[in-house]
Design a protein around this ligand. Structure first.
Ligand code: BV8
Length: 232
């Protein structure tokens, strides 16, 4: 039995045309996350934040999963069908490309772009169209309280207890397309190493926590991920 935890970041969706954050021309190079991805920013400029996420929802509508998403979904399926152990796919991404590729239940630790919630009544609902301050909540009828159901800087990531339990029990930790910049996700490789897991980094170029990995394969995700999954 070999339990696997996979952590993906923006690099796994880069070749599907969705921007990464810290690469050349990346989202945080063009936009300031302090004015777009914090609760304070949303309180101060809700319209600007809605416009940023509305544009990303439009990009996502035109995006398709790539060979890396497909290979990870295939690995999950093979592991399950052959009874080789548990696989938990944790993603920092807010897109739904892992789901579209057939991954059973990705854990979106930074939330989901295609879900929003009402800050007045707590209702969480799926939608792919634009949000605005005028849009009324279908559950409570109030306007002005709707926000993307994503985790901003300074907010608590989702599913941490489940993630740390899986890391404590994993034999193999694979980080795909993430720069290792944002915590607590960037610290997961340490947790896995403490559990005695073999740790693998599959990304375009070394990131901030690359020295911690036992095995590193660099290149575009659509090349290195299928290659690594086929040999797993
Ligand atoms: C938390 C969601 C407390 C929304 C995101 C000061 C003030 C406030 C907070 C902090 C602070 N100092 C530190 C912190 C903590 C902070 C943090 O880590 N900040 C960083 C900047 C230092 N973290 C938080 O605030 C988190 N919450 O700490 O709460 C807490 C913690 C623990 C327990 C209890 C309470 C919340 C962070 C989540 C923020 N939300 N996004 C949205 O998407 O708009 S962050 C954003 O960065 C995305 O989620 C993204 O997933 C994440 C990480 O980025 P990556 O995915 O790695 O993408 P990146 O562009 O960086 O790298 C791309 C990689 O792909 C590169 O390696 C590149 O080489 C590679 N690549 C590119 N092309 C390809 C490729 N690989 C393969 N193939 C290719 N073709």
């Amino acid at each position: 039995m070999k339990n696997i935890v996979i952590l993906t970041g923006a690099g796994v969706s880069a070749e599907s045309g969705l921007g990464t954050f810290r690469d050349k021309g990346g989202l945080w190079e063009r936009f300031d996350w302090r004015t777009l991805a914090t609760p304070e920013a949303f309180a101060a400029n809700p319209e600007e934040v809605h416009a940023f996420y509305n544009a990303r929802r439009e990009n996502l509508a035109a995006a398709k999963p790539n060979a890396a998403h497909d290979a990870l979904a295939g690995l999950e399926r093979r592991w399950r069908e052959e009874g080789r152990g548990d696989v938990l796919l944790v993603t920092q991404n807010i897109d739904d490309l892992h789901e579209q590729a057939g991954s059973a239940a990705p854990l979106h630790m930074h939330g989901e772009l295609l879900k929003s919630r009402c800050e007045d009544c707590g209702d969480v609902f799926a939608h792919a169209d634009a949000l605005s301050v005028e849009r009324m909540c279908a559950a409570c009828g109030r306007a002005g309280g709707l926000r993307p159901d994503v985790v901003w800087f300074g907010e608590m990531p989702k599913g941490l207890e489940r993630i740390y339990d899986a890391l404590a029990a994993c034999d193999l930790f694979v980080a795909v397309g993430t720069s290792g910049t944002v915590y607590p996700a960037a610290g997961f490789v340490q947790e896995a190493k403490m559990a005695g897991a073999w740790t693998v980094e599959l990304t375009l170029e070394p990131g901030e926590v690359s020295p911690l990995f036992d095995e590193r394969l660099y290149g575009p995700a659509t090349e290195v991920v299928p290659r690594w999954c086929a040999a797993a």
